[in-house]
Design a protein around this ligand. Structure first.
Ligand code: TRP
Length: 338
């Protein structure tokens, strides 16, 4: 055994990943996999809380997600990628954990609260659409984390309350049954949020403003051509401000030192938007090319992808079983040896 600390991250399989995911977390996971024992969960059970009647979407997104991971440099020999629903022990621990949290505490969870408010707005009712499974997803997320003894969970700010909730449940477990579970820490804040092509603070599929890691060259060119620029620039040689332009914003991410020249020329009016956009599209494409190539390799070897998932899930499950054995002993529900 090694004594590396354990890190757990994951995503709901509901679509392909975009550059927001890349700069926000994937890049970091690629780095962390050397330093930590990293588990990456494909949270299909959690995705179903919102998509219980759309299991095709969840099913079809699983392999897309793994392709994106592998394309970005997640190494299956270093990181364990697994499917949540294939570890029934997680569901089991969720049931035990559900006794350790009150309904009102779940309703006060800020992430859940925001999501409930969004649902009310969307469905125009007073919360009748809130299912037991949805309200309980923080409990299931606590089980995801605790079952692997994760020390660290890197999350975006919106997920911070989930880690807080997990810590509370773990403390409650440990004080009730004995000190066997690890109280995780959130690793928050380091990861910038990438704005959408339309200038929206968030890049997202439902907003239609995302650049996907799997976009083709042509899709990137088309998207960049339609990105929102400084509205005061009407003619090609008008002076403009790259700080209020989405093309300028992405040059920061993709164009290295070149961006200084681009910005100077934009400010002095010697560069038109079309030239600027072409250069950005080409830089994005250059950046994504190795990712695309790797993705293509795995797309052509889907048997390898399946093998990675099967192996990862097997490895993860054996770890989960170890924890559940201890949990059941502590809870005195280990009725028979063997
Ligand atoms: N809630 C996370 C999301 O919406 C996915 C997730 C499920 C997760 N279980 C987790 C993330 C455990 C970190 C740790 O993306």
């Amino acid at each position: 055994m090694n004594d590396k600390k354990i890190i757990l991250t994951g995503d709901r399989p509901t679509g392909k990943l975009h550059i927001g995911h890349y700069f926000g977390s994937l890049q970091n996971r690629v780095k962390l996999q050397d330093e930590y024992e990293q588990y990456i969960l494909i949270a299909d059970v959690q995705a179903l809380t919102d998509n219980f009647n759309n299991s095709d979407k969840v099913r079809n997104s699983i392999r897309e997600l793994v392709l994106d991971y592998l394309a970005c440099g997640i190494d299956p020999n270093k990181s364990t990628i697994y499917i949540q629903s294939m570890i029934p022990e997680v569901a089991e621990l969720t049931v035990f954990f559900s006794n350790l949290v009150t309904v009102s505490r779940l309703q006060r969870n800020p992430t859940v609260k925001t999501e409930i408010a969004q649902k009310k707005e969307l469905f125009g009712n007073d919360g009748e659409s809130i299912t037991y499974g949805f309200l309980g997803y923080p409990v299931s997320q606590a089980a995801d984390i605790a079952i692997f003894g994760a020390h660290i969970v890197p999350v975006g700010e919106d997920q911070f309350p989930m880690i807080e909730q997990t810590r509370e449940i773990v403390r409650k477990f440990n004080s009730t049954y004995g000190d066997i579970l690890v109280e995780p820490e959130a690793l928050v804040g380091k990861f910038p949020r990438v704005k959408g092509l339309d200038g929206n603070a968030k890049m997202g599929k439902s907003l239609g403003n995302a650049i996907y890691l799997s976009d083709t060259k042509e899709e990137i060119e088309r998207k960049v051509m339609n990105a929102v620029t400084d509205k005061t620039k009407i003619r090609k040689d008008d002076k403009a401000n790259p700080d209020v332009c989405m093309v300028g914003y992405y040059h920061n991410l993709f164009s290295g030192d070149e961006k200084e020249i681009v910005f100077d020329e934009c400010r002095s009016g010697s560069r038109g938007c079309v030239a600027c956009k072409k250069q950005l599209a080409s830089n994005i494409n250059r950046y994504l090319e190795p990712i695309r190539e790797k993705r293509k390799y795995y797309e052509e070897h889907m048997d390898l992808v399946d093998e990675i998932l099967i192996k990862g899930t097997k490895r993860a499950r054996s770890k989960a079983k170890e924890t559940m054995k201890k949990v059941k002993e502590a809870m005195k529900i280990d009725y028979f040896k063997n």
